[in-house]
Design a protein around this ligand. Structure first.
Ligand SMILES: Nc1nc2c(ncn2[C@@H]2O[C@H](COP(=O)(O)OP(=O)(O)O)[C@@H](O)[C@H]2O)c(=O)[nH]1
Ligand SMILES: [Mg+2]
Length: 332
């Protein structure tokens, strides 16, 4: 049976193999995404980001249960760039997610990729397509960190949750503005730690200063209490899952879903261009030893980055007039 069909029927084996291909940058991955792409777009994609140890995986685990209670199917992608091989650093997550292992409505995978800049965002986008084509209602994407890379990955989602823990104090200010700006929901984790009320206050002050229009979405600031107080944690996660649904409704109602899709698609085009243009050019230059030669030239001030890049561009890129095909594709 063909891969696309198997994926659409929810085959865990095929999905796992394709995600491994994505990690390995196997050419088959690209071919598969081309076929799967028309069958994507049905899922509500939720990004969850925050520092390492902030309790994101604990939250994801609780959210899976909350969504399953509403009979929604869930795909989870845990992205860990620091993991040298797939799942290495995520053993704890695996154990934690075990209780969902028997549930056909839940598919959990981790994603680790090595190498080039921007590679992780593209790999994440591709893996999300796979979960989407599997027909998952909800896709949870967990990333570690608050830098540009996480902002890029978060652009693949419709709803962004930023997880913070008390005791960071002034660090909120220090967190790259980028990630705070794209937050749709703030979750204050580990509310059993001191400083929860202060953190909530700081976040609300920050939002007050953001001048959100009356009909705009003001990111709610939620606390989920302590993960170790099971009953209240479960209840808080139900509330969080409702807020997530509210945000989805808001996106639909105000036609914002299209804007999110546009944002996501732009990232995807940029990532694909990078892998189809920049990566091969860099690899070619490297193979010819020209990257080393250029590096020396620049170090010796015999050239500069722009002159070098312009020369390379003129060598590799021909200006070709392009026209639209009927289907909207591009032909030469
Ligand atoms: N005190 C406390 N610890 C928590 C809470 N939630 C998670 N943790 C612990 O924080 C650690 C990191 O959690 P994890 O979910 O793996 O964080 P992640 O790195 O953000 O995915 C684990 O030891 C959790 O048991 C909480 O509400 N209170
Ligand atoms: Mg985690």
């Amino acid at each position: 049976m063909e891969n696309t069909k198997k994926i659409r029927e929810g085959s865990v084996r095929t999905a796992s193999r394709l995600i491994r291909n994505i990690e390995d940058r196997h050419p088959e991955a690209r071919a598969a995404i081309k076929k799967i792409f028309p069958h994507t777009g049905g899922a509500h994609i939720i990004g969850i980001t925050g520092s390492a140890g902030a309790g994101k995986s604990t939250l994801v685990d609780g959210l899976i249960s909350a969504f399953r209670k509403k009979n929604q199917t869930v795909g989870v992608l845990a992205i860990d760039p620091t993991s040298p091989f797939s799942g290495g650093a995520l053993l704890g997550d695996r154990i934690r997610m075990q209780k969902h292992a028997e549930d056909q409505g839940v598919f959990v995978r981790s994603l680790a990729t090595r190498g080039a800049m921007g590679g992780l965002s593209k790999a994440a986008g591709d893996a999300i397509h796979i979960l989407d084509a599997m027909g998952k209602d909800i896709i949870l994407v967990e990333t570690v960190g608050t830098g540009q890379q996480e902002v890029d990955i978060m652009h693949n989602s419709h709803t962004v949750i930023v997880v913070l823990v008390p005791g960071m104090g002034d660090e909120i200010q220090a967190i790259k503005a980028g990630i705070m700006e794209i937050a749709d929901i703030f979750v204050v984790n580990k509310a059993d730690h001191a400083g929860t009320a202060q953190l909530i206050r700081e976040l609300k002050n920050m939002l007050d200063m953001a001048h959100i229009p009356d009909d705009g979405w003001r990111p709610p600031v939620l606390t989920v209490g302590s993960a170790f107080e099971t009953a209240s944690f479960v209840e808080n996660l139900n509330i969080l899952s409702e807020k997530i649904a509210d945000h989805h409704q808001y996106l639909i109602h105000f036609n914002e879903l299209k804007n999110r899709l546009r944002r996501k698609t732009r990232v995807e085009i940029r990532d694909a261009l990078r892998s189809c243009i920049l990566d091969p050019v860099l690899a070619d230059l490297d193979a010819r030893g020209e990257l080393d030669r250029l590096t020396e030239l620049l170090i010796n001030k015999e050239s500069d980055p722009y002159t070098a890049a312009e020369e390379i561009a003129s060598r590799y890129l021909r200006k070709i007039p392009i026209k639209q095909t009927k289907k909207g594709g591009i032909v030469r």
